[in-house]
Write a protein that binds this ligand. Structure first.
Ligand code: NDP
Ligand code: 8X3
Length: 246
Protein backbone atom coordinates (compact mmCIF):
# COMPACT_ATOMS: atom_id res chain seq x y z
CA UNK A 1 0.00 0.00 0.00
CA UNK A 2 1.38 3.34 -1.08
CA UNK A 3 0.13 6.65 0.29
CA UNK A 4 0.39 9.64 -2.02
CA UNK A 5 0.32 7.51 -5.15
CA UNK A 6 -1.32 10.16 -7.34
CA UNK A 7 2.01 11.86 -8.07
CA UNK A 8 5.78 11.83 -7.79
CA UNK A 9 7.48 9.11 -5.75
CA UNK A 10 4.22 7.34 -4.92
CA UNK A 11 3.13 7.11 -8.54
CA UNK A 12 6.57 5.85 -9.60
CA UNK A 13 6.45 3.24 -6.82
CA UNK A 14 3.00 2.14 -7.96
CA UNK A 15 4.43 1.56 -11.45
CA UNK A 16 7.54 -0.20 -10.15
CA UNK A 17 5.72 -2.61 -7.82
CA UNK A 18 2.88 -3.28 -10.28
CA UNK A 19 5.33 -3.95 -13.08
CA UNK A 20 7.06 -6.57 -10.94
CA UNK A 21 3.81 -8.43 -10.29
CA UNK A 22 2.79 -7.00 -6.93
CA UNK A 23 -0.85 -6.32 -6.11
CA UNK A 24 -1.08 -2.77 -4.87
CA UNK A 25 -3.29 -0.39 -2.94
CA UNK A 26 -2.91 3.19 -4.12
CA UNK A 27 -4.13 6.08 -2.00
CA UNK A 28 -4.40 9.86 -2.05
CA UNK A 29 -7.05 12.59 -2.14
CA UNK A 30 -7.37 12.99 -5.93
CA UNK A 31 -9.80 10.23 -6.79
CA UNK A 32 -9.92 10.82 -10.55
CA UNK A 33 -6.14 10.62 -10.92
CA UNK A 34 -6.00 7.48 -8.78
CA UNK A 35 -8.75 5.76 -10.78
CA UNK A 36 -6.96 6.61 -14.03
CA UNK A 37 -3.67 5.33 -12.60
CA UNK A 38 -5.34 2.08 -11.50
CA UNK A 39 -6.69 1.56 -14.99
CA UNK A 40 -3.29 2.28 -16.51
CA UNK A 41 -1.50 -0.15 -14.17
CA UNK A 42 -3.97 -2.91 -14.89
CA UNK A 43 -3.81 -2.33 -18.64
CA UNK A 44 -0.02 -2.04 -18.71
CA UNK A 45 0.98 -4.80 -16.29
CA UNK A 46 -2.19 -6.77 -15.57
CA UNK A 47 -1.86 -5.64 -11.97
CA UNK A 48 -4.52 -6.02 -9.31
CA UNK A 49 -5.03 -2.49 -7.97
CA UNK A 50 -7.25 -1.24 -5.16
CA UNK A 51 -7.93 2.48 -4.83
CA UNK A 52 -8.53 4.08 -1.44
CA UNK A 53 -9.31 7.77 -1.32
CA UNK A 54 -8.69 9.65 1.91
CA UNK A 55 -6.93 12.63 3.41
CA UNK A 56 -4.19 11.42 5.77
CA UNK A 57 -4.76 14.50 7.93
CA UNK A 58 -8.28 13.40 8.83
CA UNK A 59 -7.97 10.92 11.68
CA UNK A 60 -11.53 9.59 11.47
CA UNK A 61 -11.42 9.32 7.69
CA UNK A 62 -8.16 7.34 7.80
CA UNK A 63 -9.56 4.80 10.25
CA UNK A 64 -12.97 4.64 8.54
CA UNK A 65 -11.31 3.79 5.23
CA UNK A 66 -8.49 1.54 6.41
CA UNK A 67 -9.60 -0.29 9.55
CA UNK A 68 -11.46 -3.60 9.44
CA UNK A 69 -11.27 -4.10 5.69
CA UNK A 70 -10.59 -7.71 4.80
CA UNK A 71 -9.19 -6.61 1.43
CA UNK A 72 -6.30 -5.01 3.32
CA UNK A 73 -5.66 -8.08 5.48
CA UNK A 74 -2.78 -9.32 3.35
CA UNK A 75 -0.93 -6.05 2.82
CA UNK A 76 2.80 -6.83 3.17
CA UNK A 77 4.29 -3.37 2.83
CA UNK A 78 2.96 0.06 3.78
CA UNK A 79 4.80 3.00 2.23
CA UNK A 80 4.13 6.21 4.13
CA UNK A 81 4.95 8.60 1.32
CA UNK A 82 2.14 11.20 1.32
CA UNK A 83 3.61 14.52 2.35
CA UNK A 84 4.40 18.06 1.37
CA UNK A 85 6.24 21.26 2.06
CA UNK A 86 4.32 24.52 2.06
CA UNK A 87 6.23 27.77 1.75
CA UNK A 88 9.89 28.58 2.20
CA UNK A 89 9.85 31.42 4.72
CA UNK A 90 11.77 32.69 7.72
CA UNK A 91 10.31 31.33 10.96
CA UNK A 92 8.94 34.75 11.97
CA UNK A 93 7.34 35.30 8.55
CA UNK A 94 5.95 31.81 7.93
CA UNK A 95 2.27 31.05 7.74
CA UNK A 96 0.73 29.19 10.68
CA UNK A 97 -1.75 27.34 8.46
CA UNK A 98 1.15 26.05 6.34
CA UNK A 99 2.84 24.81 9.49
CA UNK A 100 -0.28 23.02 10.68
CA UNK A 101 -0.85 21.37 7.30
CA UNK A 102 2.73 20.07 7.18
CA UNK A 103 2.54 18.73 10.74
CA UNK A 104 -0.89 17.19 10.14
CA UNK A 105 0.17 15.56 6.87
CA UNK A 106 3.82 14.60 7.26
CA UNK A 107 3.75 13.58 10.89
CA UNK A 108 0.20 12.99 12.13
CA UNK A 109 -0.91 11.48 8.81
CA UNK A 110 1.97 9.01 8.92
CA UNK A 111 1.04 8.08 12.48
CA UNK A 112 -2.65 7.56 11.65
CA UNK A 113 -1.98 5.43 8.58
CA UNK A 114 0.61 3.33 10.42
CA UNK A 115 -1.69 2.83 13.41
CA UNK A 116 -4.60 1.85 11.13
CA UNK A 117 -2.53 -0.62 9.09
CA UNK A 118 -0.34 -2.22 11.76
CA UNK A 119 -3.05 -4.54 13.14
CA UNK A 120 -3.07 -6.37 9.78
CA UNK A 121 0.72 -6.80 9.80
CA UNK A 122 0.84 -7.74 13.48
CA UNK A 123 -1.85 -10.38 12.97
CA UNK A 124 0.25 -12.02 10.26
CA UNK A 125 3.46 -11.69 12.29
CA UNK A 126 5.32 -10.00 9.45
CA UNK A 127 5.31 -6.92 7.30
CA UNK A 128 7.20 -3.81 6.43
CA UNK A 129 6.64 -0.11 7.01
CA UNK A 130 8.63 2.20 4.71
CA UNK A 131 8.58 5.85 5.72
CA UNK A 132 9.65 8.58 3.31
CA UNK A 133 11.66 11.17 5.21
CA UNK A 134 14.05 13.64 3.58
CA UNK A 135 17.54 15.06 3.72
CA UNK A 136 15.58 17.97 5.24
CA UNK A 137 15.28 15.75 8.30
CA UNK A 138 19.03 15.22 8.42
CA UNK A 139 20.23 18.84 8.18
CA UNK A 140 17.92 21.75 8.96
CA UNK A 141 18.24 24.60 6.45
CA UNK A 142 17.32 28.28 6.38
CA UNK A 143 13.57 28.84 5.82
CA UNK A 144 12.96 25.11 6.12
CA UNK A 145 11.91 25.31 9.78
CA UNK A 146 8.70 23.30 10.15
CA UNK A 147 9.13 21.15 7.01
CA UNK A 148 12.55 20.14 8.37
CA UNK A 149 10.99 19.52 11.80
CA UNK A 150 8.37 17.18 10.35
CA UNK A 151 11.00 15.22 8.45
CA UNK A 152 13.28 15.07 11.51
CA UNK A 153 10.25 13.61 13.25
CA UNK A 154 9.79 11.03 10.50
CA UNK A 155 13.38 9.95 11.16
CA UNK A 156 12.78 9.74 14.93
CA UNK A 157 9.43 7.96 14.59
CA UNK A 158 10.97 5.45 12.18
CA UNK A 159 13.65 4.62 14.74
CA UNK A 160 11.04 4.36 17.49
CA UNK A 161 8.75 2.17 15.40
CA UNK A 162 11.62 -0.17 14.55
CA UNK A 163 12.30 -0.72 18.25
CA UNK A 164 8.64 -1.14 19.22
CA UNK A 165 7.87 -3.42 16.27
CA UNK A 166 10.81 -5.73 17.04
CA UNK A 167 8.60 -8.04 19.07
CA UNK A 168 6.25 -8.38 16.08
CA UNK A 169 9.09 -8.92 13.60
CA UNK A 170 7.89 -6.04 11.43
CA UNK A 171 10.55 -4.25 9.42
CA UNK A 172 10.77 -0.45 9.45
CA UNK A 173 12.79 1.39 6.83
CA UNK A 174 13.23 5.15 6.46
CA UNK A 175 14.24 6.51 3.06
CA UNK A 176 15.57 10.07 3.08
CA UNK A 177 15.83 11.51 -0.44
CA UNK A 178 17.40 14.80 -1.43
CA UNK A 179 16.10 17.09 -4.18
CA UNK A 180 13.89 15.28 -6.69
CA UNK A 181 11.83 16.83 -9.45
CA UNK A 182 8.17 15.95 -8.85
CA UNK A 183 5.14 18.12 -8.06
CA UNK A 184 6.80 18.77 -4.67
CA UNK A 185 8.12 22.27 -5.41
CA UNK A 186 4.99 23.31 -7.31
CA UNK A 187 3.03 22.45 -4.17
CA UNK A 188 5.61 24.13 -1.95
CA UNK A 189 5.43 27.36 -3.96
CA UNK A 190 1.65 27.14 -4.22
CA UNK A 191 1.35 26.65 -7.96
CA UNK A 192 4.20 28.96 -8.99
CA UNK A 193 5.72 26.64 -11.63
CA UNK A 194 8.53 29.02 -12.65
CA UNK A 195 9.66 29.38 -9.02
CA UNK A 196 9.49 25.60 -8.67
CA UNK A 197 11.64 25.16 -11.79
CA UNK A 198 14.47 27.25 -10.33
CA UNK A 199 14.93 24.65 -7.57
CA UNK A 200 16.19 22.14 -10.16
CA UNK A 201 18.21 24.44 -12.40
CA UNK A 202 21.85 23.69 -13.19
CA UNK A 203 21.97 20.06 -12.09
CA UNK A 204 20.32 16.68 -12.58
CA UNK A 205 18.07 16.07 -9.56
CA UNK A 206 16.82 12.66 -8.48
CA UNK A 207 13.94 11.26 -10.49
CA UNK A 208 10.86 9.79 -8.83
CA UNK A 209 11.88 6.45 -10.37
CA UNK A 210 15.20 6.52 -8.46
CA UNK A 211 13.34 6.67 -5.16
CA UNK A 212 10.88 4.02 -6.35
CA UNK A 213 13.80 1.72 -7.22
CA UNK A 214 15.19 2.14 -3.70
CA UNK A 215 11.84 1.44 -2.04
CA UNK A 216 11.43 -1.61 -4.26
CA UNK A 217 14.88 -2.88 -3.35
CA UNK A 218 14.23 -2.43 0.38
CA UNK A 219 10.87 -4.20 0.10
CA UNK A 220 12.29 -7.20 -1.74
CA UNK A 221 15.07 -8.31 0.55
CA UNK A 222 15.01 -11.68 2.30
CA UNK A 223 12.78 -12.00 5.37
CA UNK A 224 15.76 -11.73 7.77
CA UNK A 225 17.19 -8.52 6.23
CA UNK A 226 15.99 -4.99 6.98
CA UNK A 227 17.52 -1.81 5.59
CA UNK A 228 16.97 0.57 8.48
CA UNK A 229 17.74 3.85 6.81
CA UNK A 230 18.80 5.17 3.44
CA UNK A 231 19.94 8.72 2.67
CA UNK A 232 19.99 9.21 -1.09
CA UNK A 233 20.79 12.26 -3.18
CA UNK A 234 21.62 12.97 -6.78
CA UNK A 235 25.34 13.02 -7.53
CA UNK A 236 25.29 16.83 -7.57
CA UNK A 237 24.07 17.01 -3.97
CA UNK A 238 26.01 16.07 -0.82
CA UNK A 239 23.45 17.07 1.78
CA UNK A 240 20.91 19.84 2.45
CA UNK A 241 23.65 22.51 2.19
CA UNK A 242 25.93 21.42 -0.61
CA UNK A 243 24.51 21.34 -4.12
CA UNK A 244 26.68 21.75 -7.22
CA UNK A 245 24.98 23.82 -9.93
CA UNK A 246 26.62 24.50 -13.28
P1 NDP B 1 4.34 15.14 -4.94
O1 NDP B 1 3.75 16.47 -4.61
O2 NDP B 1 4.63 14.82 -6.35
O3 NDP B 1 3.42 13.99 -4.32
C1 NDP B 1 2.88 14.09 -3.02
C2 NDP B 1 1.81 13.03 -2.82
O4 NDP B 1 1.31 13.14 -1.49
C3 NDP B 1 0.63 13.21 -3.77
O5 NDP B 1 0.29 11.95 -4.31
C4 NDP B 1 -0.48 13.72 -2.87
O6 NDP B 1 -1.72 13.18 -3.28
C5 NDP B 1 -0.08 13.10 -1.50
N1 NDP B 1 -0.65 13.89 -0.41
C6 NDP B 1 -0.32 15.15 -0.03
N2 NDP B 1 -1.09 15.54 0.98
C7 NDP B 1 -1.95 14.51 1.25
C8 NDP B 1 -2.99 14.31 2.17
N3 NDP B 1 -3.33 15.26 3.06
N4 NDP B 1 -3.66 13.14 2.17
C9 NDP B 1 -3.34 12.18 1.28
N5 NDP B 1 -2.35 12.28 0.39
C10 NDP B 1 -1.67 13.45 0.36
O7 NDP B 1 5.68 15.06 -4.08
P2 NDP B 1 6.81 13.91 -3.93
O8 NDP B 1 6.44 12.70 -4.64
O9 NDP B 1 8.09 14.55 -4.22
O10 NDP B 1 6.75 13.69 -2.35
C11 NDP B 1 6.46 12.47 -1.74
C12 NDP B 1 7.11 12.46 -0.37
O11 NDP B 1 8.51 12.58 -0.51
C13 NDP B 1 6.70 13.59 0.56
O12 NDP B 1 6.57 13.07 1.85
C14 NDP B 1 7.84 14.57 0.47
O13 NDP B 1 7.96 15.35 1.63
C15 NDP B 1 9.00 13.61 0.33
N6 NDP B 1 10.23 14.12 -0.26
C16 NDP B 1 10.23 14.77 -1.47
C17 NDP B 1 11.42 15.21 -2.02
C18 NDP B 1 11.48 15.97 -3.30
O14 NDP B 1 12.48 16.70 -3.51
N7 NDP B 1 10.55 15.82 -4.18
C19 NDP B 1 12.70 14.91 -1.36
C20 NDP B 1 12.59 14.24 -0.10
C21 NDP B 1 11.39 13.85 0.39
P3 NDP B 1 -3.10 14.00 -3.37
O15 NDP B 1 -2.77 15.41 -3.72
O16 NDP B 1 -3.87 13.25 -4.40
O17 NDP B 1 -3.70 13.83 -2.01
C1 8X3 C 1 12.53 17.69 -0.04
C2 8X3 C 1 13.95 18.01 -0.27
O1 8X3 C 1 15.72 19.82 -0.14
O2 8X3 C 1 13.48 20.53 -0.65
O3 8X3 C 1 12.34 17.00 1.15
O4 8X3 C 1 14.03 19.84 1.55
S1 8X3 C 1 14.30 19.63 0.16
Amino acid sequence: MITGASSGFGKAMAHRFAKEGWSIVITGRRKKILLELAEELTAQYGAEVLVKVFDVQQRKEVFDVLANDEKLGDVDVVVNNAGLALGRDYFDEANLDDWETMIDTNLKGLLYVSKAMLPYLIKRGKGHIINIGSTAGKEVYEKGNVYCATKTSVDAISQAMRIDMLRHQIKVTAIHPGAAETEFSIVRFKGDASMAKTVYEGYQPLKAEDVADTAFYCANLPEHVCINSVVMTCTSQANSFYLLRK
